[in-house]
Design a protein around this ligand. Sequence first.
Ligand SMILES: COCC(O)(O)CCCCCNCCCN
Ligand SMILES: [Zn+2]
Length: 658
Amino acid sequence: MGTALIYDEEMTKYKLLWVDPACKIETPERLTVSYEALVRNALAERCISVPVREATNSEILLVHSEEYLEAVKKTPYMTLEDLKEFTLQYGDVYFHPNIYHCAKLAAGSALQLVDCVMTERVRNGMALVRPPGHHSQHSAANGFCVFNNVAIATRYAKQKYGVKRVLIVDWDIHHGQGVQYCFEDDPSVLYFSWHRYEHQTFWPQLRESDYDSVGKEKGAGFNINVPWNQVGMESSDYLSVFCHVLLPVAYEFCPDLVLVCAGFDSAIGDPEGKMCATPEIFAHLTHLLMNLAGGKLCVVLEGGYNLTSLAQSVCQTVQTLLGDPLPRLANLSGPCRSALESLQCVRSAHRQYWSCLKHAASLPPADISTKRIKLAEEEAKTEVGEEEKSTEEKVWPEPPKRFSPPVRCASVLPDDVTRPDGCKRLGADQDVNPLTASKLKDDDCDTLSRVITLVEKMEQNEICSGLALVCDVTVAMTQVVQHLTPDPVNRVLIVCVGNGKVPSHITRDGKTLVVQINSEETEDQNSKYYIPVFLKKGCSDTSGFMHAVFGLILPLGYEYDPNLVLLVRMPDSGVCDAVWQQLTGLLQSFAKGHTLVLMQENEKAFVGPTTSVLLGDPAPPLENRQAPNTEDLNVVERLRDRLQVNWNLLQTTSECTG
Ligand SMILES: COCC(O)(O)CCCCCNCCCN
Ligand SMILES: [Zn+2]
């Protein structure tokens, strides 16, 4: 199944007709540069072009009041003076004779996206729209928004397709208060938003944008606000929030559909956001959402005002929706102190609602945040002057090209195992490098030499990922590590699922990082590069396992930044299909998708499901799960506490930073 792209140049045909410094950044060029970049990078042609349509009155009334709709309906016939007059009743927004038409098209585009995803005409898709939507409210336009495109799409999906749970992820740098107001008492819609806040001194300066707005009545726990109290946030800060807040909660919520309020003013260079995350981050944020809801993902454009970072970020997002390998995120540091404070506050505020956060630390000591509030208010006063002046141009490297290797997935299988279609068999002997064959001494040497050849072709980017059935995974793992080209930058992340002895020498000199999830205590090799995760209930406990994936494996993987991932299924691991597929999908975040899966010969039943994920299919949703058992949560928390001195992305509280 493909990726939908919805765009129509009609939505570029309105603009600001008078002087208003607050609104001048919202221009038609935002849409044209985004679409032209998709065309120039040969991404638009790979998408399924879906036409726009106007949202109908009844669809708009799913969210907005009749009087508001009736008032907006009059704007096409207004004089310039009337339009100015009409605009005055709202904040930071402007009207234009054609904006009502475009607002219906923007909302209609989101509905088209929902239709083609829910009818499985496409797997996922993106709508490039303006006017944006997430600030508009029941009876008010606000923040460049007229109709709340994503809120309307959410209500539409529930009404037309009986969708039970919708996750809305709002990565725009402004708080989508319009979406929050819509669903704050609705437990069937989980709204997640991060936003520049600076202790309520940044627009829209709302008290209810802070982390303690968790939702109301039945909706308590289903509204997650992550306030950024400083500018300059980077990819590390964003990934920490995804790993330690959004993903664990999203997987526990188990949505049937995911919508993204995709504002790219959270990218580096944006005059509104003043953040420092480079455009590649959106490739990862998109990918981390693609194994939820069976891959049903609708991305709708919101903000984004730096035309260069906007266009690059849109391309990164669409290229990931198309299934291309992700770019590596170089030298991630760790979350900054302010981000850790926000992280700790959000996790603490939601501890009582989500079992994955049950062990979250309590609020940071009040004095820290109150002191910072004072500072922020001081800065806010002086800042205003500077802000106008210092629009220093941020520069960042253009995102690297993301090539798809000619072979997406190759396999080394015993002759009696049928090879799944789409997965190339690593050929007969002509493929095998005779040199390596001779070096291997083992009864399984034919298989092993083909595995080594497979890895060599991955290193040369001829093959993206691989899967091998071998007679002893530990031997195979060891051979692979030993035969890697002795290149100092070669770093291998090895994820071992299940019990079994991992040879200690394999973690020598930091060229490999081994994380082993098992159900029996292994003697602790107390090496920074060997991390045993002992789960009492073992790999069969979905909740505990996934808690280790989000709380440990993902952060470690991002910080380690390997150029190869080995996913090893130890004998009798007990891990279930769906969890195994989720892990396989999530590990493709690293090493540009160069994942080699090693399994025992008798596990041939898992070849098909594993290959489908390696080929880019979404992993099936994990059924709604019981709470993780306390023991296992404890294990992960204790491990995190111990390891975070060495691995900063494991941090979740501000106390720990010196
Ligand atoms: C959903 O619309 C996308 C958006 O969130 O980016 C809108 C931002 C409105 C920002 C209004 N203040 C502008 C002050 C100018 N310095
Ligand atoms: Zn925004």
